[in-house]
Design a protein around this ligand. Structure first.
Ligand code: IDP
Ligand code: MG
Length: 160
């Protein structure tokens, strides 16, 4: 019995979710937002945004040394993205499950990438990989005042 694990299961987290330019071009924005809404997470930030090269490079700085890095930056800046902040207990790991594996051909059916994409280089969506990166990325993509704190009326019907 590990009390600290139980405590962390109750921790409210934030994650940065982004519909990439291919998702916007293919008209998948509503479908993708719906999946997170229906699951029961709380939307706290949302905007359509043309990402400058410098921001794309900062966001993906851990992948700088990868051979696909230049193409990745080109992809992410090739058209508007939809930036989102979502909040909830366990939202970081749960969003990664809803999103599915990086390679859409390996992503399970039922996941966003498993249902809606066929190639790693066009995998329609980003989701933070840890609570720390969730905070970091929301800070990177949203300005002061763009993320809202609010209380959904459905809350008591989602969590006892
Ligand atoms: P993730 O988005 O599932 O967290 P990461 O490994 O963090 O996957 O890679 C970030 C993004 O970089 C991927 O979503 C994808 O767009 C791109 N990417 C990763 N690996 C490759 C690759 O081998 N070829 C082309 N693009 C890639
Ligand atoms: Mg990643």
């Amino acid at each position: 019995f590990l009390p600290h694990l139980i405590a962390s299961m109750d921790e409210v987290e934030e994650t940065y979710i982004m519909v990439k330019p291919d998702g916007v071009q293919r008209g998948l924005v509503g479908e993708i937002i719906s999946r997170f809404e229906k699951k029961g997470f709380k939307l706290t930030g949302l905007k359509l945004f043309q990402c400058p090269k410098e921001l794309a490079e900062e966001h993906y700085k851990d992948l700088q040394a990868k051979p696909f890095f230049p193409k990745l930056i080109q992809y992410i800046t090739s058209g508007p993205v939809v930036c989102m902040a979502w909040e909830g207990v366990g939202v970081v790991a749960s969003a990664r499950k809803l999103i599915g594996a990086t390679n859409p051909l390996q992503a399970e059916p039922g996941t966003i990438r498993g249902d809606l994409a066929v190639q790693t280089g066009r995998n329609v969506i980003h989701g933070s990989d840890s609570p720390e990166n969730g905070k970091r990325e929301i800070g990177l993509w949203f300005k002061e005042g763009e993320v809202c704190s609010w209380a959904p009326v459905q809350e008591p019907w989602l969590r006892e």
